[in-house]
Design a protein around this ligand. Structure first.
Ligand code: CTP
Length: 402
């Protein structure tokens, strides 16, 4: 996703500097060439060696006495495809706003025309101080991309707004800015997670789906320019820019997906929907003393089949198939009977595949093309292959609308 991109990673002196190491690793994993620049303050929190070991070249800190170039600040800024500052302290925000060039990082920020992403992290009192609020507003107005901090636990045991955004959200923003934009203007709804069907006030019938593959599809689509709605039963960190609709049961998911289908161009059902639910859910908690309950099940609606029956012309409908036997034959039957444009079949019995894993291996089936096998890969890589296929289906639809 970031192959060939040169990203300057600026790290300033806040406790969240340790998270810059994770961000660096993720950027390198995504194919970027990472040029790390640390301020003197950052060196109080993390060692140069750690960051140098993970980045694509050694950390730079000095404006002066650079053995390779007398003008590192202009060279670094000119060569960058993007500059990312994470974490950014209140001092960095103020210096950048004022154009103060006191060290290598602030010089680099001023001597570049590349997009800049700034991820502030500080105590709540500082984050809410009028000077910081003002500096952030001015930087934003100038086109600097601000990844806002989250609320949560801060240094010293305090709790509040100011914690550095999640590294995955920061990297997603970078990918959004630098990656291909082949879904620009496209609307997509993705369902994720397993539904939970109530037995009583406490107990549910659930399944093993973690929602990770659906979230990866949503993140990849958003990074490539789509406006994405995620109908989800789980509370993973939402990908940057994605709107989340929280649901729990098959019925709630059906309502949300049917409504979204009216105005979304692409529908992806990656959720594991319960096929059966208790025909009544007890109001209170079933008590042990009343003996073993008899739970009668009834079928849930097949959401995807319903969406297939009402599919609009040009709309792309994608399903998933969780199989343990006869993968291709079973998935092909679902592709046909639910009127899908693509089905992503996974053998959930195979090692490191499917539920709860970070990796997956799938077969992509289309009505009019040979099956494509994606060998064991990260769920994000599988999502990339799914989105590539959706892009190609859409361009085929445009050439041949019938
Ligand atoms: N699906 C759905 N509503 C259901 C059941 C499944 O929308 N009540 C969708 C899933 O989200 C998935 C696809 O249908 O995209 C296939 O789901 P899967 O569980 O593999 O198959 P089923 O159709 O439920 O058939 P079976 O369980 O017999 O394999």
């Amino acid at each position: 996703m970031l192959e060939g991109k040169r990203i300057v990673l600026g790290v300033t002196g806040g406790i969240a500097a340790y998270k810059a190491i994770e961000i660096c690793r993720r950027l390198v994993d995504a194919g970027a060439h990472v040029v790390p620049v640390m301020t003197a303050g950052a060196e109080h929190f993390i060692g140069r060696t750690t960051l140098s070991a993970l980045a694509s070249e050694p950390v730079q800190t000095q404006l002066w006495d650079n053995p390779t170039t007398p003008i590192p600040h202009t060279r670094i800024g000119q060569g960058a495809d993007l500059i990312l500052v994470a974490p950014a302290t209140a001092r960095l925000l103020a210096a950048y706003r004022m154009g103060l060039s006191t060290d290598l990082l602030t010089n680099t920020l001023i001597a570049t025309r590349a997009p800049v992403v700034v991820c502030p992290a500080m105590h709540t009192e500082m984050w809410e101080h009028p000077s910081v609020v003002d500096n952030v507003a001015v930087l934003r107005e100038r086109g600097v991309h601000i990844v806002e901090p989250e609320s949560g636990r801060l240094a010293g045991g305090d709790v509040g707004a100011g914690r550095l955004a999640d590294p995955s959200a920061i990297v997603a923003r970078v990918e959004q800015l630098l990656g291909p934009k082949d879904l620009d203007g496209v609307t997509m709804v993705v369902s994720a997670g397993g539904t939970r069907e109530p037995i009583d006030a406490v107990r549910v019938i659930a399944n093993r789906s973690s929602g990770k593959q659906g979230y990866a599809v949503a993140a990849e689509a958003a990074a490539r320019g789509a406006r994405v709605t995620l109908v989800s039963t789980v509370s993973l960190v939402a990908p940057a820019g994605v709107e989340v609709v929280a649901v729990e049961t098959a019925e709630q998911m059906q309502r949300a997906m049917t409504a979204a289908a009216l105005d979304h161009d692409v529908i992806v059902m990656s959720a594991a929907v319960a096929d059966f639910r208790p025909n009544v859910a007890a109001d209170g908690k079933l008590k042990k003393r009343d003996g073993i309950p008899e739970i009668m099940l009834e079928p849930t609606p097949d959401i995807l089949a319903g969406l297939g029956a009402t599919k609009r012309q040009g709309q792309v409908l994608v399903g998933f198939a969780a199989e343990t036997d006869d993968l291709v034959a079973n998935a092909a039957e679902k592709l046909r009977s639910k009127r899908l444009d693509l089905i992503v079949a996974n053998d959930v019995g195979a090692p490191r595949v499917g539920f709860a894993h970070d990796t997956n291996a799938v077969t992509l089936l289309r009505p009019d093309a040979e099956p494509v096998e994606i060998d064991l890969a990260s769920k994000r890589d599988v999502a990339r292959a799914v989105i590539d296929t959706i892009v190609s289906i859409r361009s085929r639809h445009r050439q041949d609308p019938a």
